[in-house]
Design a protein around this ligand. Structure first.
Ligand code: FES
Length: 188
């Protein structure tokens, strides 16, 4: 084999190796982009996003009281472990009206605690406080606690738990026409 032929075949081999490596890098870059583009479809097909999860039987939530409940995040990865257990506060107003509050403070997300002695939710981080209906009482939060959509079926309390409540979602209920938001209407 002549020197020129050997050089040509080596160059062709290097070109093939280069194309192969470029292909691997291209696929590695394309996978997350394609997944991102297809995520709305996956979201529609994944029932976890819209799933109603039971917080338990109504008997666990006595009238006039606010109790802590937990549920398992329906959108979990195998390695999520205990972090997929999410707490929330359930308020049974009168056995017919319930409120389910996200445990996270509307300021920066610290878990709030319920103090029945003062009928307040208190945030340990910066002193935010909320009334029993979730509306803002004082401190840095600019609005009330976020609430889950909920429903009662067959003696069980269900929440729509695929997504955490955000300001963009309507609140579950309004009490006496009063919004849980601190600001005057309209408020997201
Ligand atoms: S996180 Fe609750 S007051 Fe700041």
């Amino acid at each position: 084999m002549s020197t020129e032929t050997r050089s040509t075949s080596r160059r062709a081999l290097l070109v093939k190796v280069g194309l192969f490596l470029n292909g691997i890098v291209g696929v590695a870059l394309a996978v997350p982009i394609v997944r991102y583009l297809l995520s709305p479809l996956a979201r529609e097909k994944n029932p976890g996003y819209q799933s109603w999860l039971s917080l338990g039987q109504l008997a666990q939530f006595p009238a006039g009281q606010t109790r802590l409940a937990t549920y398992r995040n329906p959108i979990v990865n195998p390695g999520d472990g205990q972090t997929a257990n999410i707490a929330c506060w359930v308020r049974n107003v009168d056995d017919r009206t319930f409120q389910v509050f996200a445990i996270n403070c509307a300021h920066l997300g610290c878990p709030v605690r319920w103090f029945p002695q003062s009928n307040l939710f208190m945030c340990p981080c910066h002193g935010g406080a909320y009334y029993q209906d979730g509306s803002r009482a004082s401190g840095p939060p600019e609005r009330g606690l976020f609430q889950y959509q909920h429903k009662i079926e067959a003696g069980n309390l269900f929440i729509q738990a695929g997504e955490l409540p955000t300001p963009g979602q309507p609140v579950a209920i309004k009490l006496g026409g009063k919004s849980p938001c601190a600001c005057e209407p309209p408020c997201a």
